[in-house]
Write a protein that binds this ligand. Structure first.
Ligand code: CDP
Ligand code: CDP
Length: 222
């Protein structure tokens, strides 16, 4: 049977990974966190003292890595990474290397290869516009900047980490601006994506909404 592909894009803290993971689980699809690939690559570049502005070297590094996605983390060449790629420093570094055409070509190819073999829910910034332009369902998740910063703040507090709401807001705004205005595959709602604002809506509500949309698409294919 033809693959069933769901694309979820949106800015930082919109709820993409939480929602995508639950939708995938409920429908028996594989969840692919493409942001984790950019984060893992940035982490490895910093680890290997590769300057983040050096496109050639970062692209070569990306080519040399095998990325394996796990339910709660990612491994690169067999090395498992989870919380260490979720720091503010790695968020900013991921956004920096994500501007590079060479890096995007390598990672997008790997993402497409994954989606060729299985039914997936893939989340990121350019899934509906670029990675999977023929996805069966495209969702663009968003929420106000205040709400998104508050969510990150609550997450950090829950982990016992120090957090400053205004600082988080500033970091998210800067990263979103960089992601939206970059030349290659910027963060953008695809023309055929459905916009869902999660500001005043619970995770369960959004998940149900997307599940219903998936079921409609699936029943139309039968
Ligand atoms: O992947 P993305 O950066 O878009 O967001 P996330 O990591 O899935 O969600 C950020 C935080 O917001 C998580 O702690 C979610 O539990 C929370 N969230 C929420 O409170 N209400 C929603 N409707 C969606 C997410
Ligand atoms: O979880 P959060 O929404 O904060 O970020 P993420 O999805 O883990 O992505 C981290 C960074 O990787 C983003 O700010 C983008 O710059 C980049 N990214 C991208 O360019 N394209 C993707 N498909 C996924 C992530």
């Amino acid at each position: 049977m033809k693959r069933f592909l769901v694309a979820i894009d949106g800015p930082a803290g919109a709820g993409k990974s939480t929602v995508a993971r639950q939708v995938a689980k409920r429908l028996g699809l594989v969840y692919i966190d493409t942001g984790a690939m950019y984060r893992a690559l940035a982490w490895k570049a910093l680890r290997d003292n590769i300057p983040l502005q050096d496109e050639e070297s970062v692209t070569r590094l990306a080519e040399s890595l095998t990325f394996t996605l796990h339910p709660k983390g990612i491994s690169i060449n067999g090395q498992y990474l989870s919380h260490e790629i979720r720091t503010p420093e790695i968020s900013a570094a991921a956004s920096t290397i994500a501007r590079m055409l060479g890096v995007r070509r390598v990672l997008v190819n790997k993402q497409r290869e994954i989606a060729e073999k299985q039914n997936v829910v893939m989340d990121g910034r350019d899934i509906g516009t670029n990675v999977l332009p023929h996805a069966d369902l495209k969702i663009f998740l968003t929420a106000s900047i205040e709400e998104r910063a508050k969510r990150r703040y609550n997450e950090m507090k829950a982990k016992g980490l120090p957090a400053d709401l205004e600082q988080l807001k500033k970091e998210i705004r800067e990263r979103d601006d960089q992601d939206r205005t970059r030349e290659h595959a910027p963060l953008k709602q695809a023309d055929d994506a459905l916009l869902l604002d999660t500001t005043h809506r619970s995770i369960a509500e959004i998940v149900e909404n997307i599940l219903q949309l998936c079921r409609n698409k699936l029943s139309n294919r039968e």
